[in-house]
Design a protein around this ligand. Structure first.
Ligand SMILES: [Zn+2]
Length: 235
């Protein structure tokens, strides 16, 4: 289990951590940070699940990018939310095609948020939106869904699994969950089979919320087919 964020932040102040990308001294080093500054690429699992929106990734889930994702998500390096979220901003801007960028993070269950001491996709979305706003874009975060614990899906058919996955996401109510004024961009950490993003897309479309695409930090190599580079505007 990662350390509570305040404790890990304090430890970083006392003794700066190693770079999570290469193990060098200090925080995220210039060389590893520079690897995030790449044009987003289209990514698609094989097979593509029904309803999966177009997906853009920073890159393959391998090497430095994989190390950074794991350090952020599983090892409590919360400070990586800023550079990783910022790296997602060009892909989000490209998908929104000049319109307002409304980011909807794929939610984690309460138990997962507790064990990580953070809502890691929400933090990425906030960072990406802040980067976009600082570049003059209209951007915001709509946390529209919450995730329920999923029952064991062993023995279910693919269709039954998809139905169960969609049922695991519920629309949130309350402040900050107003219906978005336009299409949203989904945000998740890693694209593997695409079933999570397809389930979330299905849930949102069931209440007539439009989706212009999804952005992820990384896509697994085995299932990733690079279709081509998106011509992203770099904010
Ligand atoms: Zn490094």
């Amino acid at each position: 289990m990662p350390l509570p964020a305040p404790v890990s932040d304090l430890l970083d102040l006392v003794l700066p951590s190693a770079c999570p990308g290469c193990g060098g001294p200090g925080q995220l080093c210039h060389s590893c940070h520079a690897q995030l500054a790449v044009p987003p690429t289209r990514a698609a699992p094989d097979p593509v699940p029904d309803g999966l929106p177009p997906c853009l990734a920073i890159g393959e889930y391998t090497g430095v990018l994989r190390d950074l994702v794991l350090a952020y998500k599983e090892r409590g390096r919360r400070g990586l939310a800023r550079p990783l979220g910022a790296a997602l901003a060009p892909a989000a801007a490209w998908l929104a095609q000049g319109g307002p960028v409304l980011l909807t993070p794929v939610p984690s269950t309460r138990a997962a948020i507790r064990s990580r001491w953070m809502d890691h996709t929400a933090l990425l979305a906030r960072s990406a939106a802040a980067t976009l706003r600082s570049a003059g874009y209209e951007a915001g975060v709509s946390r529209l869904l919450r995730a329920l614990p999923r029952p064991d899906s062993a023995g279910l058919s693919a269709t039954e699994r998809a139905t169960a996955a969609a049922a695991a996401y519920q629309l949130r109510a309350g402040p900050g969950t107003a219906r978005p004024p336009g299409p949203v961009v989904l945000l998740d950490d890693v694209l593997t089979t695409g079933s999570t993003l397809a389930a979330v897309a299905h849930r949102l479309r069931s209440v007539d919320i439009e989706i212009c695409g999804a952005i992820v930090l990384a896509a697994t190599r085995r299932r990733r087919g690079v279709i081509g580079e998106a011509q992203a505007e770099t904010p």
